[in-house]
Design a protein around this ligand. Sequence first.
Ligand SMILES: NC(=O)c1ccc[n+]([C@@H]2O[C@H](COP(=O)([O-])OP(=O)(O)OC[C@H]3O[C@@H](n4cnc5c(N)ncnc54)[C@H](O)[C@@H]3O)[C@@H](O)[C@H]2O)c1
Length: 275
Amino acid sequence: MRKFKVGIVGCGAIGTALARVLIKDKKLNFRAVLVAVADKDPKQAEKLLRRIGRQLPVISIPEVVKRCDFVIEAAHPSISSTVAELALKNDKYVLIMSVGGLLKFPFQKLRDLIAKTSGRLYCPSGAIAGVDALLAAQVEGLRRVRLVTTKPPQALKGAPFFKTHKFPEFKYGETKKIVFRGSALQASRAFPQNINVAAILSLAGLGPKRTEVEIWATRSAEVNTHEVIIEGDFGEIKTRTQNFPAPQNPKTSYLAILSAVATLRKAFTTLRLGT
Ligand SMILES: NC(=O)c1ccc[n+]([C@@H]2O[C@H](COP(=O)([O-])OP(=O)(O)OC[C@H]3O[C@@H](n4cnc5c(N)ncnc54)[C@H](O)[C@@H]3O)[C@@H](O)[C@H]2O)c1
């Protein structure tokens, strides 16, 4: 059996977790081999290689795409659309973690790119539940998809939205405040680091303009909560995910890392459960 050559772009918390799985998981490394990594910070790449105990080439992103059959992007929303485009134009398989960055494409351009390639684009569910059911609901009669995200204010710090809007401050006795209400497309620009979940819902459901997003800041929460509400001919779905931060990177939900690993396993194993 031919082994897929895998390259990782972005050697942080998620990139390292996926590299570990590629090296250690027998079901996976039977079919896939990690051959190269890329990072804008060479020290990060060296750290990943030290952690997995391998000496692999650290190369540029175009070189990763050229050398590999399967590219993993776990870097930043500012480059995920470029990585996806480069990989798909070269008929490669690509797993995108910074899904929010894909909304930079006009939706039709992404569809055209997907239609013309013999590659594959994987986008994990990340830190939410309900994507499998949404994919089923989208087949017929899907009417409304809404994401309600609640975070402690410090998790929202640094978002471009606050260049033009006041950062949430709580009055005495106040515990919860709405910060943003708009489409997933608007949310992806206003909170690019926080909103991968809105992007995956858009791609699986009604698109970035029709997917509704609310972001709340709450004083009481130490964890991120994502509620997904889906309405259609099938009925109604409500899911609620309360996420603990990943020990390796408190800005990333632990479930997002697990979801990335599960997607990678699904890509390379025979049994593929879920929608
Ligand atoms: N889909 C989801 O649900 C989900 C959940 C969490 C995180 N993410 C996204 O996944 C990505 C990785 O998350 P993480 O927790 O591993 O982050 P991290 O900060 O731990 O690691 C990111 C790594 O990418 C590198 N990097 C950043 N910009 C780069 C560039 N332009 N070119 C090459 N390398 C670059 C950094 O140097 C760093 O080593 C982030 O974009 C994050 O938004 C997605």
